[in-house]
Design a protein. Structure first.
Length: 136
């Protein structure tokens, strides 16, 4: 065999190994129940803020402690503790994507919060009707 063929085979083998290794790192959105089965493993949980439960953030006491409750896509409600500051317009968010792990006490320890806020660019129905009428 030529040296160039051997090099090409080694490059292909390494590429396949990298791809197979990365497949284990791809994550999907999970529920609190899934995260509770393997405490300590990091998951992405998508849900909505439960506004009936209290949100605790007191920067005078501890600026890096924010506690709130989230309802996941299966309807499970869990307390979430985020060690950081409360994000701006957090209470206005439509959906929340939490990255973190479930603690032994069934409290989700969050390391990152991504919010989906209502779009200010979607006009309401009245505005759309006025625009259509003006074009006629």
């Amino acid at each position: 065999m030529k040296k160039s063929n051997i090099v090409i085979l080694v490059v292909i083998a390494v590429s396949i190994a990298v791809i197979v290794g990365m497949v284990g790192d791809f994550s999907t959105y999970e529920t609190f129940a899934t995260a509770g089965k393997r405490p300590g493993k990091e998951y992405h949980v998508i849900g909505q803020l439960d506004k009936t439960q209290p949100m605790v953030y007191d920067p005078a006491k501890n600026a890096n402690y924010f506690s709130f409750y989230v309802k996941d896509k299966k309807g499970n409600i869990r307390q979430v503790v985020y060690h950081g500051t409360e994000p701006t317009d957090f209470a206005k968010s439509e959906q929340i994507v939490l990255t973190g792990s479930m603690g032994s006490n069934q409290v989700f320890q969050c390391s990152q919060i991504l919010m989906k806020c209502p779009s200010k660019y979607v006009p309401n129905q009245t505005q759309m009707n006025k625009e259509i009428e003006s074009k006629m």
